[in-house]
Design a protein around this ligand. Structure first.
Ligand SMILES: O=P(O)(O)OC[C@H]1O[C@H](OP(=O)(O)OP(=O)(O)O)[C@H](O)[C@@H]1O
Ligand code: HPA
Ligand SMILES: [Mg+2]
Length: 165
């Protein structure tokens, strides 16, 4: 896969606000989530914010990896399974949290583990959207979302530099 055309950079501040916006929506759906399952590693950050907002203290991880080389998605590997206590009744009352859904492959695999759980992400692209129950912002499929934990400060060329004859 080549680099997507459009860039959507997200600051820590924006990510915190968007995670809180997701927490508001989730609080309206269920006042008492039984547990949160976060999909590592990207789900760790929103799960920390959402668990704080919703007062959920039972938190587990589903450890999967798919993008091995920046934007190239390889075979999806499950590195660590969800604990039996959470899997017990198909995940009734359980909230699954990830930072985004892109092709929906990760969501499909984790949903199959917890068919009754509620799947929430901060961002969603059109292909993954049908697999997510609640999200905050949709971006187009040809957009790459740049998360603050992957970024550093770099020099930016003035816009006019690319528009001179
Ligand atoms: O909808 P999909 O096409 O499956 O892509 C979405 C997944 O890809 C990224 O995780 P990644 O596997 O890169 O691992 P990371 O969270 O450890 O960065 C992201 O955090 C989602 O979990
Ligand atoms: O747009 C994205 N940004 C960061 N990580 C990702 N993993 C899949 N899609 C993306
Ligand atoms: Mg991930």
């Amino acid at each position: 896969m080549s680099l997507p055309e459009k860039a959507f950079p997200v600051s820590w501040d924006q990510f915190h606000r968007d995670s809180r916006a997701l927490a508001w929506r989730l609080a309206g759906i269920n006042g008492k989530w039984r547990a949160i399952v976060c999909i590592t590693r990207g789900g760790l950050v929103p799960a920390a914010i959402i668990s704080r907002e919703l007062g959920v203290r039972l938190i587990d991880t589903a450890c999967v990896a798919s993008y091995h080389d920046y934007t190239d998605q390889g075979e999806l590997q499950v590195i660590k399974e969800i604990s039996p206590e959470i899997l017990a009744d198909g995940g009734e009352g359980v909230l699954i949290v990830d930072d985004l859904t892109d092709t929906g492959k990760t969501a499909q695999v984790v949903r199959a583990m917890l068919p009754k759980a509620h799947f929430a992400t901060i961002y969603a692209k059109p292909k993954g959207r049908p697999l997510v129950d609640t999200f905050v912002t949709e971006v187009s499929q040809d957009t790459w979302i740049y998360f603050p934990w992957d970024m550093g400060f770099t020099y930016q060329k003035p816009i006019a530099d690319d528009h001179r004859g």
